[in-house]
Design a protein. Sequence first.
Length: 622
Amino acid sequence: MLDSLRIFAKSWPGKIMGGFLLVGLAGFGINNVITSLGSNTVARVGDVEITSRDFLRDYQNQLNRVASQIGRMPTSEEAVSLGVPSMVIGDLAQNAALDQMASNYGLGVSDDRLSNLLRKDPNFAGTLGNFDPTTFSDVLRRSGITESEYLENEAKSAQRQQLVLSLFGDTQLPEAASKLINRFIGDKRTIDYIVLNETDIETPPAPTEDELAAYLKDHQSEYRTVETRSVKVMALSPEIMAQSKSIDDAAIAAEYEKTKASLIKPETRTIEQVVLGDDLVKTFEDGKLAGESFDDLVAANNLSPTELGTLSQAQINDGDLGDAAFSLPADGFAVIDGVAGKRAIHVSAIDVGGQTSLDDAKSDIAAKLALAEAKNDYATILDQIEELRAAFRPIDEIAQRYDLKTYDLVVSADGSALAAVDGLKDADRGKVSQAIFSAEDGKLSPTVTLGANNNVWFDLGTIEPARDETLDEVREEVSTAWTAEKVDAAISDTADKIVARLDAGEALGDIAASMNTFPQLSLQFGRSGEADTSIDSAVASKVFAGGPDNHGTALNNDGEQIVFSVASVVPADGPLEAQALDSINTDQRNGLYAEFVTGVRDEAGLRINEQALQQTLSLVGQ
């Protein structure tokens, strides 16, 4: 029977029937398998696929950024609660939608442009600051991408930049909006005001015992000790071990000869710059032609240059700045384009670099060799310490054996006392503190592993639990706080009464005279307040919150109570400053770009393969 079917299937009638069967089965669901997202595709935007490899790479980068903020790598559950997967999918979908649109419009990037981007990328610079193929290969290998993938990503990024610049590069704020913003930013107001303090009220009587007890009861959470634990701490890392190692001069000299060819200092230049308004560009250009110095021009125009530092050309991300600075002689300057218009850059000093001498390199080489020795010894020392800890040997004994430093600390949950431990990063204090507060009295404390070659041990001492403080312990503090509260309430009540009189039409000067106090008259300022007075930004915001007849009361950032009355409004004169206008235009372009990208992505259509996404997420941390 089967043989007959095989023979029939090989015949032309059999092949035709097989074709009909295939079409029929496709109608019952096989087409869904053929056209659905592939198992390696996490999502699709239009015709562009987002592969699990793309997602994993960006997801891991995002996890690393989160880890740098919270001091540890987040768990899978924490990453989901923070929205990391959705954020990564959103960013990839956004880029995919723009890539598809750029492709539809035929945008592309030339090989010369890609080559130039590659050469200027500081991540691939060698010792001399120029592009280094070995560094390029090493960086790509550590990042988990191939050269072709890198170039493809750079090309797409450049295409997206072309698209965005062509659409939004010339977007400008309407003139009417510019004027309104200028009025909002630049308007000034003149006020009369009174600063109220303890001299303007009756001094409250000393608190009774019952009043102090009642205050403490109402504010008990403010008068409570925190739990503390006394510990003896010891840390081990190659860097810590290297501090106790001694490298002889012969080994240093031998290493210098071996690495001499790579010990070349790149040329560096000390650079400063000053942003020029439109009225100063010609002044600096004419001054340069006339042989005037940068310092003289800056002083004559009351400008303050910004120090950019002593940099090699590879350290300068701004290509125009780097090219200009490294074409100037010492004490030379040039006028070049900048983000907010023209700027003058000045090279105050030049270090030509060259071969590093043995004396100059000696300390660095010694540190390098000591660290190399420490890394070689680290695993052995770690194993020995773990064996001693398992045998319940105390920290002091272990530290003495291996020439390590110990720290006697009283630690609270915030871990701030751990700042005394050399080599312990701020981001790691929380993990060590958590281990200390999880340790049980009388039991061996666990090793705190902070990295592949970084461990901390501690012996737990006494535990002081948190408790409420008694009135006898905090009597003075409670009395001071009670009195301050009464004084503030009395001052606030006085301010409210003055405002009520202002509401009734009395002048602030007359009110001040009736209180035997002196008002401050006709102070003019903008929204940021006035330096060297009691009128700071907190008070200014209240002053500008009302109309030209506004009056009221406000607390400044020093806690002073201010009662004010607006005397006049001074409208802003002239156009919006170029730097502020440029910043607002940039914000406007960014807003339009965000809306545009969202629209492009929604129009292209985002489809997510939940099964593939969950499978991909399960690979993280394995």
